[in-house]
Design a protein around this ligand. Structure first.
Ligand code: GLA
Length: 371
């Protein structure tokens, strides 16, 4: 059992004075490439990280406990503006699908950084969904659990996000990234043996909270919908570079990002299949440029990290997740990672930016019931 799963079990014992029936954990994710493409019916390439949310569950009285917030709360039927909204939303979504959910209780423990663009919310949703599925023997496929979690996020939590995060948290496999076609919802693992190539992924959490990003996120989504409408296509997935001349202003820039980013994801998958990490890294840099210039979701901190990564001979770097703060990612030789972190720290200090936090990752397993 992972340490975080043991913490959830311990919290359950302490709170409910009995053994849980089972424990489940689900990871956060980092998106390698394919940003703001999921809600345009396009392609994304995330992988799971070794930061997870675990939940120990048993039958009981609809009480949930969070070891991180030291708080025991009942499940709510309405939005509370706290961590309990995520499990509450999932339970509601499961019920709306017609499943009977008898009273249960659970204790959560997690170490996915909050508000960093590493999908702590998808991790708690995915952990809840898989735990309910296992506890109640519902037999729901992981893909359908992901859709339930997305519904919880959209309808209950109120963020109009795409499917990437919940899919990644539930379906990723260790040692691989996951190519998701967000229209057909087919997902296919892509080998990502970084350790074998002497490489590592460094995530730089800029500590600029993404909280205020929700408005910007929804506005980007609406601009894409307007652009698709103007072009007479179902989603920007169906648009081509030559269509851009029919658009202007904001819609044109947003569409250019989506069209080029979708192409980059497919090229990136080919590069990974050929173990061409150099080509992969160049696509990461191009993705960042597009997010900065055309999609306008970067920040000075994220740009600084990407620039310093380039100077520190990282193969590639880009912001990851929605942007508006949160995290950036670099693909770098393991022995160069320390120097990159140090240079970024110095630069941030000199600029008066908040000190960032670094994580180093290898691709991890998706949500699973602990044994
Ligand atoms: C957030 C959303 C995802 C996706 C990314 C941007 O993480 O939850 O659905 O849209 O932003 O790629």
């Amino acid at each position: 059992m992972r340490q975080i799963e043991q913490r959830a079990v311990q919290a359950y014992r302490n709170q409910f004075l009995e053994e849980p029936v089972l424990v489940v954990s689900a990871p956060g994710r980092v998106n390698l490439i394919g940003e703001h493409t999921d809600y345009n019916g396009g392609f994304v390439l995330p992988c799971a990280i070794d930061r997870r949310v675990a939940v120990a569950v048993g039958h009981g009285d609809m009480q949930l406990y969070s070891a991180d917030f030291h708080e025991k709360l009942p499940l709510f039927g309405k939005r509370e503006g706290s961590w309990v909204d995520y499990p509450s939303g999932v339970v509601l979504a499961v019920k709306e699908q017609g499943y009977y959910v008898p009273p249960f209780r659970g204790a959560f423990a997690g170490d996915v950084p909050l508000g960093s663009g590493l999908s702590s919310s998808a991790a708690i949703e995915a952990a809840t969904a898989l735990a309910l599925d296992a506890l109640l023997h519902l037999g729901i496929a992981k893909k359908d659990l992901a859709l339930l979690c997305q519904r919880a996020e959209n309808a209950f939590v109120g963020v109009n996000s795409g499917i990437m995060d919940q899919y990644a948290s539930l379906l990723c496999q260790a040692g691989t990234a996951l190519l998701i076609d967000c229209r057909s919802l087919e997902a296919e693992p892509v080998p990502l043996d970084l350790a074998g190539a002497g490489l590592t992924l460094i995530v730089c959490d800029t500590q600029v909270s993404r909280e205020l990003g929700a408005t910007g996120y929804n506005a980007r989504r609406q601009a894409c919908e307007r652009a698709a409408h103007t072009l007479g296509v179902r989603e920007l997935r169906d648009a081509h570079l030559q269509d851009l001349e029919k658009l202007s202003g904001e819609e044109r820039k947003r569409a250019r990002h989506v069209i080029t980013e979708n192409a980059r994801v497919l090229e990136a998958v080919q590069a990974l299949q050929m173990q061409d990490f150099g080509a992969f890294g160049r696509l990461m840099y191009a993705s960042h440029r597009s997010l900065r210039v055309d999609y306008e979701v970067s920040t000075p901190e994220l740009d600084a990290f990407v620039e310093i990564a380039a100077q520190s001979s990282a193969l590639g770097a880009r912001l990851t997740g929605a942007g508006f703060g949160g995290s950036a990612l670099a693909l770098i030789r393991s022995e160069d990672a320390g120097v990159l972190a140090l240079s970024v720290r110095h630069y941030f200090e000199a600029r008066g930016f908040t000190q960032p936090v670094f994580y180093s990752f290898q691709p991890e397993a998706g949500a699973e019931v602990a044994t």
